[in-house]
Ligand binder design. Structure first.
Ligand code: 13P
Length: 243
């Protein structure tokens, strides 16, 4: 049985004060959300402890937006898994297309981050996805397969989440058709060869398309950017219903 993971990636948004205000609206709206799904928010590092504190008595879980492969050391600007565990973090996003693009993160680095997270009991959310140009050139499947295979090397498939996020659908309002997103998620499941693998879709997920996406056979959750910044909208996403 695959338990869906509904995750909000706040990216570089929300001060601690804003996070507190957000949760005061969001948490009551998800107090009766069915327990058949995991709810997760990935705040910026600076708001982790605030969110942990505000969500203490709820079933909301915390994710970091990245994690380093070393426990400590001279790695300016990085955050270690031990530091995250102190804040009750359960998941770590790795390989998001933004650090891949802006900081040239390689599949090898992403894999090191994912393995380190798993070693420490954090569940890595490994993001994969093709660009517009790659899709137009017919390379989407080859690119995603490489990201999946390299990103998951040495990883226990039972303790990882894959997020399929086509880059052209991120922050553009252009959602990938649910059937196509489902097809790619199915391919990823076949490549990994583990039927219980949790695979999310991400890219312009919103209250208006969540029910359809979640009704797809191979989509086990969503990774939401922009729409997760509105507590009412994200609560609607969290409270999705199968159609
Ligand atoms: P949007 O939902 O804003 O398209 O962002 C998706 C994303 O990058 C989540 O990690």
């Amino acid at each position: 049985m695959r338990k869906p993971v509904i995750a909000g990636n706040w990216k570089m948004h929300m001060t601690c004060a804003e996070a507190r205000e957000y949760l005061s609206v969001f948490l009551p709206l998800v107090a009766h959300t069915p327990q058949d799904r995991n709810l997760v928010i990935a705040p910026p590092f600076t708001a982790l402890s605030t969110v942990a504190e505000s969500a203490r008595d709820s079933h909301l879980r915390l994710s970091s937006q990245n994690v380093h492969w070393e426990d400590k050391g001279a790695f300016t600007a990085e955050v270690s898994p031990l530091m995250l565990l102190e804040h009750k973090v359960c998941y770590s996003i790795v390989g998001h297309s933004e650090p891949r693009k802006y900081y040239s993160e390689s599949d090898e680095q992403i894999n090191r981050r994912a393995r380190s997270a798993q070693t420490h009991g954090l569940i890595p959310i490994v993001c994969v996805g093709e660009s517009d140009e790659q899709r137009e050139r017919g390379e989407a499947e080859r690119v995603i397969r490489r990201q999946v295979e390299q990103g998951l090397e040495g990883i226990d498939s039972a303790k990882v989440v894959i997020a399929y996020e086509p880059i052209w659908a991120i922050g553009t309002g252009k959602t990938c058709e649910s059937k196509e997103a489902n097809r790619i998620c199915g391919l990823i499941r076949d490549w990994v060869g583990f039927s219980d693998l949790i695979i999310q879709y991400g890219g312009s997920v919103k209250p208006g398309n969540i029910d359809e996406l979640m009704s797809m056979s191979d989509i086990d959750g969503v990774l939401v950017g922009g729409a997760s910044l509105d507590p009412k909208g994200f609560a609607r996403i969290a409270n999705f219903e199968y159609c």
